[in-house]
Ligand binder design. Structure first.
Ligand SMILES: C[S@@+](CC[C@H](N)C(=O)[O-])C[C@H]1O[C@@H](n2cnc3c(N)ncnc32)[C@H](O)[C@@H]1O
Length: 440
């Protein structure tokens, strides 16, 4: 009886502490959430109570139902390592940008389903994306659940395929963290259960959500890239579910690509399989990838050292195709030419004196490396942010400057881009110029 009363008293005390702690957490979240947790770490309470309180403190009350497609891959191995650490360990920047429904757990279930009753072999399991993920966990973290070697991985996988639940205590909720600036959530615990629901065809899942948002490695890398100075914007198209809401694409790029391809076709200059392409200031590498898809041997030059990593993760570009450095230096050092060269939205920075050489020098360098066609656009005076600084830098003067400082004797105005839309409706609309020589 005394024991029962004591237990009840402890539980009731814990609940009241939890309510207080939750209030503190909400308050602290606005200022400094770690304060509340560090208070808890020092509080003189038994371990079980501490865990109970920590859960109450860090999680929103009650489960919610969310679309299954909004649940992205997170930490593996029961949260001993974060998703960021796992992405680093495996070199997979897009890990935490991948829906669980498309991830390794769901892929294994689908692989087994496709067998219609015939068992997967051990080698098939180990070669599957699930097997590879589990082996990567063992290599980097020492284990994958209770598996410490390949045999263990096969055992864990088979148990998952048989639909077995882990039997270490009370059923746990699928635990997720909100992803910053996004409708998506990162799964912290429950990948196998979410994958099973996805393969079953469930549209939603019940989850418990932590208070504190996380960011994905992709978001972090984009924020660190130099060009947009930490702003939540994408300079070139890049798809990831957690970027959909708050990361508008500044340059649609498809309009400029269509103009380029149209011009090359019209002039009979499109012989992709043998042609080479260089994009100067290639940014994420969108044009490099698209010209590669057209059959060009494509490369880029980009100052930002993070560009090769992003290009690999976002577009599957071989990182060595992006030469990192200042284009004025790299172009001056090379004795190569490329059949088609593009230089988009860079020249005006040199006009504004931000380059180590003048804009005429940059044009001469571009001319020297161009075999057949140079495509170029630049910020212009009609744009709100350049009205004063680029006064006089309009389509006519750009054409004239191109003709005066290069060996091109034809400069064709292919028209404006379509990027002058909110939030940049007063900017962009830059003309794209194609520069060719009458004697090739
Ligand atoms: C305005 S963005 C244009 C990106 C891309 N060319 C486009 O139009 O879609 C300018 C890009 O040029 C790069 N950049 C700036 N100065 C550079 C330089 N001197 N050499 C190489 N890249 C440079 C920046 O890092 C950034 O990615």
């Amino acid at each position: 009886m005394t024991r029962k009363v004591t237990q009840r008293a402890v539980r009731s005390r814990a609940r009241s502490l939890a309510t207080k702690a939750q209030r503190a957490a909400r308050h602290a979240l606005r200022r400094n959430a770690t304060t509340a947790l560090s208070w808890l770490g020092r509080a003189p309470v038994p371990e079980r109570t501490r865990i109970f309180l920590a859960e109450r403190l860090t999680r929103r009350p009650g489960p919610i139902t969310v679309p299954i497609d909004d649940l992205l891959l997170g930490a593996q191995n029961a949260r001993h390592f974060t998703a960021k650490q796992f992405a680093e360990q495996t070199g997979d920047l897009m890990w935490a940008s991948t829906p669980v429904a498309a991830g390794p757990h769901a892929q294994l279930l689908r692989l087994a389903q496709a067998r219609a009753g015939a068992e997967l072999g051990d080698e098939e399991i180990l070669k599957s994306s699930y097997g590879q993920m589990a082996l990567a966990c063992i290599q980097a973290q020492g284990r994958f659940f209770d598996a410490a070697d390949a045999d263990g991985v096969v055992r864990v996988a088979r148990s998952f395929l048989r639909g077995e639940q882990r039997s270490d205590g009370a059923p746990r909720p699928v635990l997720v963290a909100p992803i910053s600036g996004s409708r998506c959530y990162q799964v912290l615990d429950g990948h196998h259960r979410v994958a099973r629901a996805a393969v079953r065809g469930d549209a939603t899942v019940e989850v418990v959500v932590k208070w504190l948002p996380v960011t994905t490695p992709l978001q972090d890398l984009l924020t660190r890239m130099s060009w947009l100075d930490g702003e939540r914007q994408l300079y070139q198209p890049l798809h990831a579910p957690e970027l959909d809401e708050s990361w508008p694409v500044v340059r649609r790029c498809t309009d400029r690509l269509e103009k380029m391809l149209g011009f090359l076709a019209e002039r009979g200059l499109a012989v992709p399989q043998t042609e080479t392409y260089l994009d100067v200031a290639s940014c994420y590498g969108w044009f490099v990838r698209r010209m590669q898809d057209q059959g060009y041997v494509a490369e880029g030059i980009e100052r930002d050292p993070l560009a090769p990593e992003l290009g690999r993760a976002a577009y599957g570009l071989e990182p060595t195709l992006i030469h990192v450095g200042d284009c004025e230096t790299l172009l001056a050092e090379t004795d190569r030419t490329w059949d088609v060269v593009s230089c988009f939205s860079l020249l005006h920075h040199f006009v504004l004196g931000r380059g180590s050489v003048g804009h005429e020098d940059l044009l001469r360098l571009l001319d020297r490396v161009t075999g057949r066609v140079l495509f170029l656009d630049t910020g212009q005076e009609h744009e709100e942010w350049f009205r004063e600084s680029l006064a006089g830098w309009d389509a006519d003067s750009i054409r004239r400057t191109l003709l005066e400082n290069t060996s091109f004797d034809e400069v064709v105005d292919l028209g404006p881009d379509l990027d002058a839309v909110p939030p940049h409706e007063r900017n962009y609309g830059r003309r794209l110029f194609a520069c060719v020589r009458s004697v090739q």
